[in-house]
Design a protein around this ligand. Sequence first.
Ligand code: NAD
Ligand code: 6OH
Length: 486
Amino acid sequence: MRKIENFIAGEYVAAASGKRFDKRSPLDNRVIASISEAGRPEVDAAVKAARGALNGEWGGLSTDQRVELLYGVANEITRRFDDFVEAEMADTGQPAHVQKHVFIPRGAANFKVFADVIKNVASESFQMATPDGRGALNYSMRVPKGVVGVICPWNAPFMLMTWKVGPALACGNTVIVKPSEESPQTAALLGEVMNAVGIPKGVYNVVHGFGPDSAGEFITQHPGVNAITFTGETRTGAAIMKAASEGMRDVSFELGGKNAGIVFADADFDAAVDGIFRSAFLNSGQVCLGTERVYVERPIFERFVQALKVKAEAVKFGRPDDHNANYGPLISQEHRDKVLSYYRKAVEEGATVVTGGGVPEMPGELAEGSWVQPTIWTGLSDDAAVVREEIFGPCCHIRPFDSENEVVALANDNVYGLSTTIWTNDLARAHRMAARVEVGITWINSWFLRDLRTPFGGSKQSGIGREGGVHSLEFYTETRNVCVKL
Ligand code: NAD
Ligand code: 6OH
């Protein structure tokens, strides 16, 4: 069993209270780590260290020097690739191939890409006339916000955490990261990388714990934290926003979703089935961009449902490193219970269960894990809870539609607006749809294809602000104008 401590001012430290909590494996519910739970004293110490670094060596570095250090971080993550893969697999139970090909490489890229962005960003300048005829020069500079609180979820822990830490550090901030209580390991490991590369102490801090009345809330309440970036549930975002209003701290939020997948009859059928299969079931459905509502044009509806069913029934459950397996469990028993409650609710609400709806039979100790079957429903009304609320599990409801206008109305009839994936070979229709569906991110004939320079974030209750490329700079810096009388 691993012991995981907080990482403050470059040192791994246990909380003074001695409080610890357990992390259990999603595979078999065994305790795999004991984690020190930070209290207010540790959050105070982390803020102090972060402030000290800003006022010290880190704050004095040039952009080029910071960029070189961040390239170093990316390289060191790549050098320790297997350690990150192993830690993330242990926390999430998700297959090795997803960690190796998507999540951990993205962690390294998040440092490299934002180092490149900050290196290449220009600033504005204006010459102005003055009464004495000599004029003045205005120029703007980007300065860091200061100490940034980074509060993270468990579904793609390392990718989503570095997606914030990378740009925050590139912009010259210091951070206090609060990983999810369900996925503490990769954030802890990144401390070793920071020290190995020579990132000054106090730039990257990690405090472990929970949300309310624990490390998460203590960060949001701390007057020394200048801005808060958060990925997680919408109602947690609301609580954080309230806390951030004290002291007028800025927030950036990536929140929940109930994303629509839309398939037109003219789409490449096999590509659409593959795409919707991924969007509904990747990472056991625990992806904010996932599609839990699928709308399929009526002429291909039955055929589509059958084709998706075949794929859903072909998944092979097993351990992340089992080469014969390709499908993992949910993050925890608590989350499994929530997902299964929706599986029951779907039946109560009158769904036809096309496939799944329960728990797979697992051998031996795996029987104790948080496994659930990929599940497909049809036949629910548009106001069913299962069609409206985010479940965050491997499931989707499929409904037929007859026209573009109808499907736009169906897709938009939701409080969330994170992303959508639209499958069609009609180019004009694709662009019309992209303009009408109320989301932050639209994929056409693809899903989760990510260029880190592009704006990422949600509309409606799916978020506030955009991150990615120069959009991240908007959040992680203040723009200061300097006026020089000539
Ligand atoms: P969550 O909101 O329960 O927890 C996220 C983090 O917030 C955790 O670290 C938690 O400890 C902390 N937290 C909880 N209450 C807090 C409080 N009052 N103050 C401060 N911190 C608090 O979310 P989760 O269950 O970890 O993640 C799943 C959710 O995240 C889903 O809703 C999913 O859609 C969303 N998500 C969104 C995106 C996106 O980019 N939009 C990406 C991934 C996940
Ligand atoms: C949510 O589960 C996935 C979010 C993905 C990103 O934030 C990203 O940058 O690709």
